[in-house]
Ligand binder design. Sequence first.
Ligand code: FES
Ligand SMILES: [Fe+2]
Length: 350
Amino acid sequence: MFLKNTWYVAATPDEIDTKPLGRQICGERIAFYRGPEGKACAVEDFCPHRGAALSLGYVENGNLVCGYHGLAMGSDGKTVSMPMQRVGGFPCVKSFPVIEKYGFIWVWPGDPAKADESLLPVLEWAESKEWAYGGGLYHINCDYRLMIDNLMDLTHETYVHSDSIGQDEIDETPVETSVEGNEVITSRYMDNIKAPPFWAAAMRENGLDENAHVDRWQISRFTPPSHILIDVGVALSGTGGKDADPSNRVRSVVVDFITPETESSHWYFWGMARNFKADDAELTKRIREGQGRIFGQDLDVLEAQQRNLESWPERRLLMLNIDAGGVQSRRVLDRLVKAEKEENSAAVNT
Ligand code: FES
Ligand SMILES: [Fe+2]
């Protein structure tokens, strides 16, 4: 259950810099590599000769060479050459539109004719010198929508991340959910509280008194297909919350690009963009390590949840007010997937 005519984060550039990468995205097995002039390319990970995985081969003169018997594949999915063979009649494989932007390799796993660069999300923090970014990738064995649920309802922080970003006030403060077109927003504001350990450390790094009371905010924004950006931070109490003068606050964007692999597994590109001490590479590293640990805690919860749901598919689950963000996001997805299916079947019937 996923949209295919849309952009997903497929990889980070370093993953294809030295050799091809085989990665399944939305059920499509894809070989990513640097083709002509180093440009990121993607073709089906299937050699037309005997079906070997092209991603196990190597790049030569901008072509992806199959590591089995040397067939050279072009970035358009047409065989360029093969030792001792005429290749004119060889069947083509699919090629996929790819864009390298904002520090990610993006792929369009659906109909290439519909690929449109203007549909990429706009990520200002990725292009501004005032922001620094650190992140990582987890492979998670669960339906990508369980991760959407997780990020659109941060009450779990109190329990899953009690030693870092969790605190009782999250549980005690109601969450607001709103829908604007295809966007779903959940927000929570906690005023005059003590900063939990992760934020206390961030305050210290930013020259603020870590023991001072703060106003904390969390604003999760879902946009299709499965991007969630969370505006998070703390400001010295009473100085204006997220709009406080930068000298009184620490503010970050938690970045979550959730890319389905199969119906029951996904690639989770996580990270944090911050607009304080952007030049401090050591700080980026420390935050990245801390965040990696925190998100590793979610991984265990979600994989076990997936196993349970597969074992008891008939069990009815509760739908509480804290679940509204995930529920609304799934509604948007259901609507868009249905529209995509109708469009595809209309195209077949004409
Ligand atoms: S399987 Fe690729 S060249 Fe033979
Ligand atoms: Fe979490």
